[in-house]
Design a protein around this ligand. Structure first.
Ligand code: SF4
Length: 407
């Protein structure tokens, strides 16, 4: 029998590194997790609270909306409050339509932000677009800030799109409308990057993104953008949607692109349930990078799905408790126990796969299934380390995990 080599992730695409307030994006740096608030930025208390929560969840960069004078005036206050809380997290300003005037009228805002996000499709109004785009770039140069040129399917430059449609028609329409739209997105990003560089912004101050809402479009657009440019790339599926659909679509699209070595920072854009936790998108982004083997954020808990051999929910509850414990303790453990992110824990429901899976983990437990004797063998570093019995199996295993990490 011949065994073929297995396929590992491709070598990362080479990109120009960009320093975003002390966080490196691109240039071979680990893929950065970022997110965005949904508070009114003018509400300083609410925005500080949400930025802090996103940061605690693991967001390494947070974007905030800067849409009017009140929000621009709030930005330096938010920055100050975060610093007083000891939170040194880069804040990105998201600008649309009037970014050039907001940055000009609010120098403290321009200074407090670590990066400006500009959407070439709505940077200004009609024939003044390029002039207003240049004004923002000049501001970035003055304040030594990087920019993200973020093209979005929903606000694509209509002049560029119409021109490409007309050219296609004049050539006998060899391309579909979908192909033309994909091409317009790419050209919009590349044209804007070239204009920024002509204006004097260094290449290591430019990040590109080209967000669409369909998985196949995202894969096609980023594959081509990566081929035509060496700028650092921000990945994200826009309008991904709610619940499992948004998670699956984001993971499918970004997973394929990351596997091809493309992408320097990611944002998972999930529509939160009313009153839902915004931090969910950060956890999903971390889990995507972690399950693909690109980064490690928290120890992995392997748990079986359960079946007819388990009549109780004890093992699911234990798996959830262990996972929550690990995530909650990570800020403390990360500094105290270097490498703890790589820990693998197994919580299994019966003897069929329990001992085997537990032996593959650093520490694992095989709980008793239906009809099995009420004993739970624990395995540490591949060897049986003891058996837990009685009503406190879950608590005892939590203690064993904590002891294992400390030792
Ligand atoms: Fe079912 Fe046991 Fe497999 Fe879990 S390990 S899914 S309980 S057979």
């Amino acid at each position: 029998m011949t065994i073929s080599p297995f396929v590992d992730p491709q070598t990362r695409r080479s990109s120009v590194a960009v320093d975003v307030g002390g966080v490196l994006v691109g240039g071979g740096a680990p893929v950065v997790v970022q997110s965005m608030t949904n508070t009114d930025t003018a509400d300083v208390d609410a925005t500080v609270a949400q930025v802090a929560a996103l940061h605690r969840a693991g967001s390494e960069i947070v974007r905030i909306t800067v849409d009017r004078d009140e929000s621009a005036a709030a930005v330096p206050k938010i920055r100050d409050r975060l610093e007083r809380l000891g939170l040194d997290i880069p804040l990105i300003g998201d600008f649309h339509y009037i970014g050039h005037t907001l940055l000009a009228d609010h120098p403290a805002c321009a200074e407090a932000l670590a990066k400006y996000r500009i959407n070439p499709g709505n940077v200004g109004f009609k024939d003044k677009k390029d002039r207003q785009f240049i004004e923002i770039i000049e501001m970035a140069i003055r304040y030594s800030k990087p920019v993200r040129i973020g093209v979005n399917w929903g606000s694509l430059d209509q002049v560029l799109l119409t021109r490409l449609m007309d050219e296609n028609a004049a050539n006998g329409s060899p391309l579909s409308a979908r192909d033309i739209t994909r091409e317009a997105i790419i050209q919009s990003a590349l044209h804007s990057a070239a204009l920024a560089e002509e204006t004097g912004l260094a290449r290591n101050r430019i990040i590109l993104s080209a967000k669409v809402s369909q998985v196949q479009d995202l894969i096609a657009v980023y594959s081509e953008l990566a081929r035509r440019s060496d700028h650092a790339l921000h990945l994200g599926l826009t309008e991904a949607g709610m619940g499992s659909k948004g998670i699956v679509a984001s993971a499918a699209a970004m997973g394929i692109i990351l596997q091809a070595g493309i992408g320097d920072t990611i944002r998972v854009s999930l529509t939160p349930e009313p009153g839902g936790d915004r931090s969910r998108e950060v956890i999903v982004a971390q889990e995507l990078l972690q399950v693909m083997g690109f980064r490690q954020f928290v120890p992995v808990v392997a748990a079986c799905p359960g079946c007819g051999r388990t009549t109780s929910t004890v093992f699911q509850q234990l798996a959830r408790t262990i996972e929550d414990d690990l995530r909650r303790n990570m800020p403390l453990w990360r500094d105290k126990y270097p490498g703890v992110e790589g820990l693998q824990v197994a919580v299994m429901g019966c003897i069929v796969n329990g001992p085997g899976e537990s032996k593959h983990a650093d520490i694992g437990i095989s709980l008793p299934g239906t009809g099995e004797s009420p004993a739970a063998p624990v395995f540490i570093d591949g060897k049986k380390a003891g058996t837990l019995r009685g009503p406190k199996i879950a608590e005892d295993f939590q203690v064993m995990v904590a002891d294992y990490i400390e030792k």
